[in-house]
Ligand binder design. Sequence first.
Ligand code: GDP
Ligand code: IMO
Ligand code: MG
Length: 431
Amino acid sequence: MTKIDVLLGLQWGDEGKGKIVDVLTPNYDVVARFQGGPNAGHTLEFNGMKHVLHIIPSGIFHKDKINLIGNGVLIEPRIFRQEIEGIAEKGVDATKNLFISKKAHLILPSHRMMDAANEQAKGNSKIGSTLKGIGPAYTDKIARSGLRVGDVMAVDFIQRYGQLKRQHLMMARAMDFDVDSFRIDGMTLGEYEKVWMESLSTLKRFRFVNSEYFINQCLREDKKVLAEGAQAMMLDIDFGTYPFVTSSNTITAGVCTGLGVAPSTIGKVMGITKAYCTRVGAGPFPTQLDDETGRQLCELGHEYGATTGRPRRCGWIDIPALKYACMINGVTDLFVTKPDVMNDFDKVCMCTSYKIDGAEVDEIPYEYNTAAIEPVLREFEGWKCSLQGTSTYDALPEKLKVYLGEIERQTGVKVTAVSISPDRKDVLFKQ
Ligand code: GDP
Ligand code: IMO
Ligand code: MG
């Protein structure tokens, strides 16, 4: 029986997970998403083409590989249909190699409305949700009221859909939310419901599976499985910067509940971190730079959300957060992306600890959201050269290797590979 390898983000998302999954897929037989939904935006670039995936696993462009959407994932049928059409334009017929868990929950149009209603109710303390309905859909899952992919075939599906929608409408009105003015992609709730219902026909063309049996059978057959995380450690519902988090377990433990595999089946845990740090949406971010350097990171790194287009907040790499991520996830291998964004910087900084009330700490405190946290920074000389054309890890500039070496030393985890451009071909593995 083989082990299942895990790949996940160690910061606040958008570390380049999709790109690395795409690069690693040739080494695997199966790529499986285990949590999240269309709040994710995973960008792949190859042969001069750029593609953003939201619900579909990032192994989909490798035609001979199985891709699985696990029970822990949320599916919004219209977004799913748009994604399927998008990859079809690029010559990919996913009906052959994409399998979907019958236990994956559905995001209804009224979940998206509730997402907007909840955000409105929070006023100044809103999360900055992607408004894809994630929080309300997971809420209904936990409240045991949700609808699942397997239910779309049931005779009472429409009736159960109606019941849930009515409940959402009642809640929204009780929250003084203006249901009539609410729009999704310019459509009223009723109009969007129509296209949502039509989109179910696309969903039904796929093979619905008991994914827990499916994945365990793959492992018994010694197939190599890669679990692809969405969002990231610091957005985890339990261990992230609550309440400024998403509504799922984004961590390694989420692989077990989101796919139905035993903890003992977990193999390598590959953690992805940018060489700096970004965050989109609200919540604490101690190393954020509200200055010219922050703006440079945003512009040079094209730091705009792949799902919402919002500018991402940018800052220095945060070692206390990274150490926390390595501890919670049992990270065995680090992948560092985007050092190329800092090629022209005279100096690069690393936050090695925090100063809180005069005391130096390197743990994530419970009071993370409210405490005045001052990052303690260590400076590194910039490497001041282009990384373009670098074809081996050894050939990277020495000053960059010093920086990477310090990440290894601080976290106690080896840097297995470095990514130096958005393209599939630019990942340098350490020999
Ligand atoms: P994900 O959500 O973790 O899959 O990451 P996103 O796709 O949301 O954001 C990562 C962005 O960085 C995308 O635009 C990628 O094309 C880009 N990217 C990934 N790796 C690199 C890299 O090594 N260098 C540069 N410059 N861009 C990268
Ligand atoms: P990938 O997989 C970055 C953020 C949102 C918001 C918070 C809650 O591309 O890394 P939600 O819609 O889940 O209720 O939003 O989490 N967020 C992400 N930030 N990358 C993501 O996914 C994210 N998914 C959600 O901006 O702050
Ligand atoms: Mg993303």
